[in-house]
Design a protein around this ligand. Structure first.
Ligand code: UD1
Ligand code: CA
Length: 451
């Protein structure tokens, strides 16, 4: 049967102590609500209706371009009241209610819920410490009778260990009926979505329940502590998948993937690495400790040494980058290149076997094969207004502390003497040097302090 999804996201998130609406806080680099929307989209091509309120337009504005109906709930009078706001937009036969601050529910668990045959079913869990949650009250026959909120519960009800996740799936027409006569005569003076359970039971509906595969699937985020807990659960899941496919992780508790990480065979990742956007690491690649790698392809056998920051780059086979390298967007490092400590590259191609081992800036440059770039070499690519290009042909040797004032070309096999400021093209095969001649002043004495 067709399915619409309502996502409740109007709450304040008081305990986040943040100007950012709670559902926009990131988990694994994506807003909490983004996780829930993606999950909803994996379930149905029907409508996704997000109920927002606190934080005003910030929530809808963060999702422009998405196929979502946003409904304002103002004031916020409870979860039942929130779903009421969405009712005019529901057209499918069944409706699933999710929460913008419960980001990790598995699609498979929700499929088990939505494929449930009855008119109403919800996700519950057995927990050791049920405090704070609504409790599921069952009759002697084991059937669900109602849900009681913690603040309305008797001591005996508080002792119940089956909790309500809040996630519910219902026949849309019946849900509309049950929601019309909700009352708010409870401890919080709110219209509770949970009260539809008792209403359905009164209509002789058999209310179904589904357990998640793991209890963390129904955990919500109310504080920064809980956000960090869920982040770690999520990351451990990714670490587990990587290891299951043969990736060696020095410590599965110390990796963060904020996007998509694809790995070949025999890939090694040391502690403290962060992967953002789309990163792929081919066979035998290794990433040293504390690297940040974003939107980058690392070819087979390449080694990224510790503390390197790599963004928007292609790293060739058997290349060696770092430690302490900064490889910026548009860097294309061919096979067996070396980019060493305190070397920055940007919009630069390094041909096969070329090396910049220490302390250099290579920006807007095309470097041929087997070029050696000495320490302290800088491409002066910016004149204050425009960027200019440097070309260094195959087998050139750039002495230490050279400035290449672009636009400039260094010919094939040319040698640039240390300390040279290259302002005109340097011819192939020749030594070019702009350094002043060295002189020695014989018998010169250092000034002495006056007595
Ligand atoms: C709710 C359930 C409780 C369940 C718990 C699971 C009710 C009455 N209680 O309690 O049984 O155990 O979730 O975490 O449903 N929201 C709105 N508009 C409102 C109120 C809330 O959009 O007017 C949204 C919030 O942003 C949040 C969600 O609904 O995403 C749940 O609201 P919250 O106040 O956290 O409900 P709980 O008291 O935790
Ligand atoms: Ca809550």
């Amino acid at each position: 049967m067709s399915l619409d999804v309502v996502i409740l996201a109007a709450g304040k998130g008081t305990r986040m102590f943040s100007a950012l609406p709670k559902v926009l806080h990131p988990l694994a680099g994506r807003a909490l609500l983004r996780h829930v929307v993606d999950t909803a989209r994996a379930l149905t091509s029907g409508r996704i209706v997000v109920v927002y309120g606190h934080g005003g337009r910030q929530v809808p504005d963060a999702f422009t371009g998405d196929d979502i109906v946003f409904v304002l709930q103002e004031p916020q009078l409870g979860t039942g009241h929130a779903v009421q706001q969405a009712l005019p937009h529901l057209t499918a036969g069944r409706t699933l209610v999710l929460y913008g601050d419960v980001p990790l529910t598995r699609v498979s668990t929700l499929k088990a819920l939505t494929s449930h045959a009855g008119d109403l079913a919800f996700i519950t869990a057995m927990v050791d410490r049920p405090a704070g949650y609504g409790r599921v009250v069952r009759g002697g026959d084991g059937r669900v009778q109602r849900i009681v909120e913690e603040r309305d519960a008797s001591d005996a009800e508080k002792a119940l260990l089956e909790i309500n996740s809040g996630i519910v799936c219902a026949d849309t027409a019946k849900l509309k009926g049950w929601l019309t006569d909700l009352r708010n005569d409870n401890a919080q003076g709110e219209y509770y979505l949970t009260d539809v359970i008792a209403r359905a039971v009164a209509d002789d509906v058999e209310v179904g329940t589904v357990y998640p595969s793991d209890n963390w699937e129904i955990l919500g985020v109310n504080s920064k502590q809980q956000l960090a807990q869920l982040e770690r659960i999520y990351q451990l899941g990714i670490a587990d998948e990587l290891m299951a496919r043969g990736v060696t992780l020095a410590d599965p508790a110390r990796i963060d993937v904020r996007g998509k990480l694809t790995c070949g065979q025999d890939v090694m990742i040391d502690v403290g690495c962060i992967f953002e956007g789309e990163v792929s690491l081919d066979d035998g690649a290794s990433i040293g400790a504390h690297c940040v790698v974003k939107d980058t392809h690392v070819a087979a056998g390449a080694r990224i040494l510790p503390f390197s920051h790599i963004d928007g780059a292609q790293i060739g086979r058997e290349a060696r980058v770092g430690p302490y390298a900064r490889v910026r967007p548009g860097s294309v490092l061919a096979a067996r290149t070396h980019v060493g400590n305190f070397v920055e590259t940007k919009n630069a191609q390094l041909g096969e076997g070329s090396k910049a081992n220490h302390l250099a800036y290579i920006g807007d440059a095309q470097i041929g094969r087997d070029v050696n770039i000495g320490a302290g070499t800088i491409t002066c690519n910016y004149d204050g207004a425009n960027k200019h290009f440097t070309i260094i042909e195959d087998e050139a040797f750039i002495g230490s502390d050279t400035q290449l004032v672009a636009p400039v070309t260094v010919g094939k096999g040319a040698t640039i003497g240390a300390g040279t400021t290259v302002t005109r093209d340097a011819p192939a095969g020749e030594l070019t040097v702009s350094r002043a001649k060295q002189t020695t002043i014989k018998g010169w004495k250092r000034p002495a302090k006056k007595k």
